[in-house]
Design a protein around this ligand. Structure first.
Ligand code: ATP
Ligand code: MG
Length: 397
């Protein structure tokens, strides 16, 4: 949906809160992305109303984080997070605050936010409230903490990873002081849960300038405090000398693996606490990648790898070998394969048993595999009769 429409749809919420005597604004990422003309994700709303007051004003709400002041308001088919103006204090172990205090002033709420570009608010008429120079930072394409960078990174060390991912997502650079503070605070990242690091790493790798994000991780010395990246400075620096713009986030994970070459790729991926399905896919595709180096795709290899894996392997190899990708041609060849999976085979084990008049056994699996390969390679038509004839001709029946 267009950005204006997104705000238009949510504006009545602000109006209601105002009519009830409270202040209410759009805040955070949506304001930033709106000013940048980027598609906005969720619109977050900040208000002077306390959570109970918010719940009183709107008929349909869900308590999603009431201790942090957040109520989800269901409104015309959409959900909006409405958060009471708050400050944060008592940061424990360089992580999220132990305590939040509700305040009645917007400025105080904006002050607790991480970067100036994320610390702007917009009222329902479109007026921007920008006490920390967020707009100017947008113009200068800079990521700068609100307040002293060292203090802000010590409060919550995850912000350093957020800094890295915003450079990638937005194509911005770090403000000098913000960058310097990374080196001083980097080791505090060890206190942050892997799950939260993964979220930022995924966003970093999905961003338009992933190399810039990786560069922050290297130059800010963050990598030793990320899962299994200790001692990989050289490989990460190598990342910067390749053009990964064509690659998807998933392919960039593969590319990282290919540069780092962990002994046990599955363990490496597991240390990032990725979903197990993704771990499996990436680990096996990484093996394919190694196997396909300097090798041509046969029809049977295409068939075995499947479309997604073929594309991922080819795209990453093309980047590594600094050559144009053949993925489109490979996808065309894949589309033309006579069958895409064993289920499409015209014969089954049952047919083979009948033809051979034998009981099932290991022979059946072997024979089916042979047929599968020959059909996939186009040597036999995928029809019962032609398969039977071929088997006879090969003395396999
Ligand atoms: P995205 O487009 O990824 O959603 P975002 O800026 O909206 O980016 P969120 O994680 O959704 O990021 O957070 C919303 C807002 O909350 C941010 O814009 C920022 O103002 C504030 N915020 C989030 N995380 C932190 C943090 N760790 N420290 C301080 N402020 C934060
Ligand atoms: Mg957001």
């Amino acid at each position: 949906m267009e950005n204006e429409r997104v705000f238009e749809q949510a504006a009545p919420l602000l109006k209601r809160l105002e009519e009830a005597g409270f202040e209410a604004y759009f805040v955070g990422g949506s304001v930033r992305d709106y000013l940048l003309g980027r598609p906005i994700g969720d619109v977050d709303i900040a208000t002077s109303a306390l959570p109970e007051e918010v719940k009183h004003i709107f008929p349909k709400t869900v308590d999603v984080g009431i201790e942090h002041g957040t109520v989800l308001v269901l409104w015309e088919g959409n959900g909006y997070e409405v958060t009471t103006f708050r400050t944060e204090s008592d940061y424990k172990d360089f992580r999220r605050p132990e305590k939040v205090s509700f305040v009645r002033s917007l400025t105080e709420d904006l002050q607790r936010r991480d970067f100036t570009i994320n610390a702007m608010a917009m009222d329902r008429t479109g007026r921007i409230i920008d006490p920390f120079g967020g707009k100017e930072a947008l113009q200068q394409q800079q990521i700068q903490t609100v307040g002293r960078a060292e203090d802000r990174f010590s409060e919550d060390a995850l912000r350093m990873m957020r800094a890295a991912r915003f450079t990638s997502q937005l194509g911005f650079r770090l403000h000098g002081e913000t960058e310097k503070a990374l080196l001083r605070c980097a080791s505090l990242l060890q206190h942050i849960a892997v799950e939260r690091k993964l979220v930022e790493m995924e966003k970093l790798l999905a961003g338009r300038d992933a190399a810039a994000g990786i560069e922050v991780i290297v130059r800010g010395n963050l990598f030793p405090y990320l899962p299994r990246l200790e001692g990989t400075k050289q490989q990460l620096e190598f990342f910067l000398s390749y053009d990964v713009r064509r690659l998807t986030a998933r392919q960039r994970w593969l590319f990282l693996l290919a540069l780092i070459k962990p002994e046990e790729s599955e363990k490496w991926l597991r240390s990032w606490r990725m979903p197990s399905k993704k771990i499996k896919y990436l680990a096996s595709t990484y093996e394919w990648l190694q196997g396909m180096k300097g090798r041509a795709w046969t029809d049977f290899l295409l068939y075995q790898a499947g479309a997604d894996r073929t594309a991922d392997v080819e795209e990453v190899l093309a980047v590594m070998e600094k050559r144009p990708s053949q993925a489109i041609q490979l996808m065309q060849r894949y589309e033309e394969l006579p069958i895409k999976g064993r289920k499409e085979l015209a014969v089954t084990g049952k047919d083979l048993k009948e033809w051979k008049q034998e009981k099932g056994g290991p022979w059946m699996k072997q024979l089916l595999e042979q047929i599968e390969q020959s059909v996939a390679e186009g040597q036999i038509d995928n029809r019962k009769e032609s398969i039977k004839e071929w088997l006879k001709a090969c003395n396999l029946l």
